[in-house]
Write a protein that binds this ligand. Structure first.
Ligand SMILES: Nc1ncnc2c1ncn2[C@@H]1O[C@H](COP(=O)(O)OP(=O)(O)OP(=O)(O)O)[C@@H](O)[C@H]1O
Ligand SMILES: [Mg+2]
Length: 497
C-alpha cells in the first residue's frame, strides 16, 4: 500500500508544553490507523494540525509524496482531508440536505444534493433522511451527516476524534460497519479512542503517543490490551475486577416514588424507588436519555421533582445544590465542560469552586491565595492533572484533564454520597483506573456511590447492585451476582425478561 499522507518531525509547542514532539507517522491508502495515548498525549493537537487549525513550528506534511502547507479546514478538505468532530457543527433548525448544501460551498445546491446524499448513503451504509431536521437526529445520525459532509467535499482520509464517546453500543457498531465500507473503498481513516477493545477490533495499525512523542507503532494483529496499555502508560496495568466485598452500613439515601419532568415538561422519571446504604455502589445502566439526567439532577438539588420523596441520612433536604454539597452530596456532572468548570478560570480556581467562600480557602470572606495554591498543587499531583501550571485557564487543558479537575474537586474527603455520571468518559486507562480506585476507596470509608454509566464493563466491575432505567422507569436494583449482561441488555431496550 502506498503512503497517502506522511508527517515528518512535526513539533507543536504551547506555553509550558510540547504538545507534539518531532512526530513522524504515515497513513496508507485503505487502512484504519489508531492514534492512542493518555490524556494530554497530543492526539487532538496533531489532528488540528492535519485539519489546518494549527500550524506546526517544525516539520513537514507530505500528501502523496508532495510537501503541503495546510492553511485552513477548507483547504484541508480541498486536499482530501476530512474531520468528523466530536461535537457536530451543524445548524439544528435546518435539514440534513440544507446543512450539506451549505457545507459544500456551492458545489451542490440544496435542490440537487438529495440524490447525491442517497447515492453515498447507499454506497457506505450511511442511512439518514435528507429531509430530516438536524434537531430531530440522534448523536449517531448527526455523526453520519458529518461523515457525509466530508465525503461530499472529496475526503480521501477521514479523521475521527473519539467518535464513539457519544454513541450507544448499537450506534458504535453501525459506525464500525461504515468505517469498514470506507476502508474497502480505499479511503484512509485515523481513529482516536480510549477504548482498547474498539481499537483492537476496527483498526489495522496502531501508533502510540506519550507526552507528545511517538513511543511505538505496531500492526493491530500483533497487539494485545496489555501491550497497548504498557506502551501508553509506561507501566503494567491491571484489568481485573476491582470490587471487593465491603461492610454495608446504614441507609444513606432513600428514594420513594420519585417522578420528575424533563426540560420540555414531559414525565421523564416515573415512580422510581430505591435505597442506597453506606459503602454501597449502585450502578444505573441504560441508554442515554431514559431519565438518568433527571434522576441525578433531582438528587443534586438542581431540578425539582414533580412528586415523591428523597431522604438523605433520614431527613429531607432543601432543593439547593450548594447546601446539598455541604451536606456531603458530591456531583460529577454529565456535561463536564459547561456545568463542571468555568473554562476561563484558572485550574486553581476551578479546583476550589465549591469551597471558595469557606475555610480553609477563605477567611472572613477574604480568599486565602496561599491556601488556594496549596490545595491546587496537592490535587494536581494526586490526580496527575497535566497542566503547564495551576494558573492556566482550564479551557486550555485536554479533554481528559478537564475531567480530572472536576473529579479532584468533587471527590473531597467529606463526600458521603457521590453522584457519578460517566465519571471516566474520555479518560485514558491509567486515569480510569485511578478514578475507580478513588471511588472504591471512598466506599471503604462509608461513602455511597450512585454510578451512571453506559459502559457495562465499568458498571459490572464496580457495582454491588445494578438497576436499569428505561423510559423513566427503574428495573431493579439487582445484586450484581444475580444478573447477566444479556438481561441488562434486554432491560435497556425495554424487552421483557
Ligand atoms: N490551545 C492550547 N493552548 C495551550 N495548551 C494546549 C492547547 N491545546 C492543547 N494544549 C496542551 O497540549 C497538550 C496536548 O493536548 P491534546 O488536546 O492534544 O491531548 P489529547 O491527546 O487529545 O488528550 P485527551 O485524550 O485528553 O483528549 C496538553 O498538555 C494540553 O494541555
Ligand atoms: Mg483530545
Amino acid at each position: 500500500m502506498s503512503n497517502f499522507l506522511e508527517l515528518r518531525n512535526i513539533t507543536k509547542r504551547f506555553p509550558g508544553v510540547v504538545a507534539n514532539d518531532a512526530v513522524s507517522l504515515e497513513v496508507k491508502a485503505g487502512e484504519v490507523l489508531a492514534l492512542l495515548g493518555e490524556n494530554g498525549a497530543g492526539k487532538s493537537t496533531l489532528i488540528s494540525i492535519l485539519y489546518g487549525l494549527y500550524r506546526p513550528e517544525e516539520g513537514q506534511i507530505l500528501l502523496e509524496g508532495k510537501p503541503v502547507q495546510i492553511a485552513s479546514p477548507r483547504h484541508a478538505l480541498q486536499l482530501g482531508i476530512g474531520l468528523v468532530p466530536q461535537h457536530p457543527l451543524l445548524v439544528s433548525r435546518h435539514t440534513v440536505a440544507e446543512n450539506l448544501a451549505l457545507g459544500s460551498s456551492g458545489l451542490f445546491p440544496a435542490g440537487r444534493i438529495a440524490p447525491k446524499i442517497e447515492q453515498l448513503a447507499a454506497q457506505y451504509g450511511l442511512t439518514v433522511d435528507p429531509k430530516a431536521k438536524i434537531s430531530q437526529l440522534s448523536p449517531g445520525e448527526k455523526q453520519r451527516v458529518e461523515i457525509l459532509r466530508s465525503l461530499l467535499g472529496g475526503a480521501r482520509v477521514l479523521i475521527l476524534d473519539e467518535p464513539t464517546s457519544v454513541l450507544t453500543p448499537q450506534e458504535a457498531e453501525s459506525l464500525f460497519a461504515v468505517m469498514r465500507n470506507l476502508r474497502e473503498a480505499g479511503k484512509s481513516l485515523i481513529f482516536i479512542s480510549h477504548k482498547l477493545e474498539e481499537v483492537l477490533s476496527i483498526t489495522d495499525r496502531i501508533v502510540v503517543l506519550r507526552r507528545g512523542k511517538v513511543v511505538g507503532g505496531l500492526a493491530t494483529k500483533d497487539a494485545t490490551k496489555q501491550k497497548l496499555a504498557e506502551l501508553m502508560v509506561g507501566r503494567n496495568v491491571d484489568f481485573s475486577r476491582k470490587r471487593q466485598p465491603v461492610q454495608i452500613g446504614a441507609p444513606i439515601l432513600e428514594v420513594s416514588n420519585l417522578s420528575a419532568k424533563n426540560s420540555r415538561g414531559l414525565e421523564a422519571l416515573k415512580n422510581v424507588s430505591f435505597t442506597l446504604a453506606q459503602g454501597q455502589v449502585l450502578g444505573v445502566a441504560g441508554v442515554a436519555g431514559n431519565g438518568q439526567s433527571e434522576l441525578i439532577e433531582v438528587l443534586a438539588g438542581l431540578h425539582p421533582p414533580s412528586s415523591g420523596q428523597v431522604k438523605f441520612e433520614g431527613t429531607d433536604l432543601e432543593p439547593n445544590p450548594a447546601k446539598r454539597f455541604e451536606a456531603g452530596i458530591a456531583h460529577i456532572p454529565e456535561d463536564r465542560i459547561h456545568m463542571g468548570t468555568v473554562p476561563t478560570m484558572t485550574v486553581a480556581e476551578n479546583l476550589s469552586l465549591r469551597q471558595y467562600s469557606q475555610a480553609p480557602l477563605s477567611n472572613n470572606g477574604i480568599r486565602d491565595l496561599i491556601a488556594l495554591e496549596t490545595n491546587a498543587k496537592e490535587k494536581i499531583l494526586e490526580y496527575t492533572i497535566a497542566t503547564p501550571s495551576s494558573q492556566t485557564p482550564s479551557r486550555l487543558l485536554s479533554g481528559g484533564n478537564i475531567q480530572k479537575v472536576i473529579l479532584a474537586r468533587e471527590l473531597g474527603a467529606n463526600a458521603k454520597l457521590i453522584l457519578a455520571v460517566h465519571p471516566t468518559y474520555g479518560l485514558d486507562i491509567g486515569a480510569t483506573d485511578q478514578v475507580h480506585s478513588v471511588l472504591l476507596e471512598r466506599t471503604k470509608s462509608g461513602a455511597a456511590v450512585l454510578l451512571v454509566s453506559e459502559d457495562l464493563e465499568e458498571l459490572l466491575s464496580l457495582s454491588d447492585q445494578i438497576a436499569i432505567l428505561y423510559h423513566g422507569q427503574l428495573k431493579g436494583p439487582f445484586p450484581v451476582t444475580e444478573i447477566t449482561r444479556e438481561q441488562i441488555g434486554l432491560y435497556m431496550t425495554g424487552g421483557a425478561v
